[in-house]
Design a protein around this ligand. Structure first.
Ligand code: GCU
Length: 391
């Protein structure tokens, strides 16, 4: 650990420098043009374009009921999207606190299907998930705790927006916009990460239909591949008030240059997950040091809105130390806006410590690649610190 501290401060000799995002930028006004260019660049070179809003959207409540002894309500909402004669239909699950007028909301896609996030037998479980037990990932979903904190939480299954396989385009949101012949695995311009990003924006559309949600406090939260996606959609959809990237690692919040020897790298990620990135991105395999950008570029696009980067101490694959490096680096953009990012003297924390800075926070949770109650507690701590600063 001591050696890593030194690396961060002094730099390893010969360590490739992380490209600053600020080239030619001196003021917050300059940043806006630079920001647009970076967004366009990452679209072309890495994540592809997020599809547009659909022509038609409708939301209808399947059921609604009190939960956790009246602490809140839970509703299941049927979401329908249409473009020309094509339709996509899926379910969202929405927890709202019983009290409070203008409450914050966290939009978080899930890996496990809505029925995997709770034991509630009323939650729709598609036939494709019938072999999974209800509530099998319940430990990741602190619904009750969030309601106790007066926070709403809205989820839907990532596979409903892009089934996570190479043939996934056929069943993805891209089928609303493209003919079947354009949905083959060769069409890498239509990426899963951009399809999931679209899904997050639709959850936000839904959140904003309820006047009890404070439209200035809707956050996007994602774990791992969805942590990469949370950063990507947060960069595009400025209605999101804050971003949580949990264990997002390679191509998420982790600096690619000089990564941990056992961490994921571009070669491993692009070989396994073709569908996540446009084909052009493969050019950087084994050449990360030559990339004109690094992942601080992606995370910087959240600024000046708050961002929480969460790592787990045993999650070497996602490279916690390089996620921390990234959290430190993005302070350069927050400073244009009079915020500070992480404190200048912030050091890589010990497991189960968090560094809550000025609009940027970093958490190192003890344990494995996962989302645990502790991660939700740190998010709430960060949200509270932001509210105190705002007063
Ligand atoms: C794999 C992948 C990671 C990804 C993770 C996940 O481990 O290599 O890049 O973040 O899956 O989404 O769980």
């Amino acid at each position: 650990m001591a050696e890593e501290q030194m690396d961060l401060v002094a730099g390893r000799s010969g360590m490739p420098k992380v490209p600053s995002v600020l080239e030619g930028v001196k003021t917050a006004a300059d940043w806006q043009a630079r920001r647009r260019r970076i967004l366009g660049y990452l679209e072309e070179e890495m994540y592809g374009r997020i599809p547009p809003r659909p022509e038609r959207m409708s939301f209808s409540v399947d059921w609604e009921k009190p939960v956790f002894d009246g602490l809140g309500i839970c509703r299941q909402v049927n979401m329908r999207f249409g473009v020309k004669d094509r339709e996509l239909e899926l379910k969202a699950l929405w927890y709202l606190p019983a009290k409070g007028d203008r409450v914050p909301c966290v939009c978080a896609l899930n890996f496990c299907g809505n029925a995997g996030t709770s034991f509630d037998p009323d939650i729709y479980q598609p036939a494709s998930e019938a072999d999974k037990e209800r509530g099998w990932q319940v430990r990741r979903w602190s619904y009750q705790y969030l309601l106790e904190q007066g926070i709403s939480c809205l989820t839907a299954a990532r596979n409903d927006f892009f089934p996570d396989s190479e043939a996934g385009r056929y069943g993805s949101v891209f089928r609303l916009f493209h003919k079947e012949a354009e949905l083959t695995p060769e069409h890498r311009e239509y990426t899963a990460i951009s399809a999931w990003a679209w899904g997050y924006s639709r959850l936000l559309d839904l959140a904003l239909t309820d006047p009890r949600i404070d439209e200035r406090r809707v956050w996007v939260h994602g774990h791992s591949r969805l942590g990469k996606t949370a950063l990507w959609v947060g960069a595009h959809d400025l209605r999101f008030a804050g971003v949580v990237s949990n264990d997002s690692g390679c191509c998420g919040a982790s600096i690619e240059r000089d990564h941990h020897a056992n961490a994921e790298n571009l070669e491993r990620i692009t070989r396994t997950f073709h569908r996540w990135f446009v084909a052009k991105f493969d050019q950087w395999v084994n050449r990360a040091d030559e990339m004109p950008f690094d992942m601080n570029w992606l995370v910087s696009l959240t600024a000046p809105r708050p961002v929480l980067i969460a790592s787990a101490s045993e999650d070497v694959w996602a490279d916690p130390f390089n996620e921390f490096r990234c959290a430190k680096q993005v302070g350069e953009v927050y400073r244009l806006f009079g915020a500070h990012g992480l404190p200048d003297d912030a050091q890589f924390p010990a497991p189960n410590e968090a560094v809550i800075g000025d609009r940027v926070a970093y958490e190192l949770r003890e344990g494995k690649h996962d989302v645990t109650p502790r991660d939700w507690e740190v998010l709430v701590e960060f949200m509270k610190s932001l509210e105190k600063q705002a007063k």
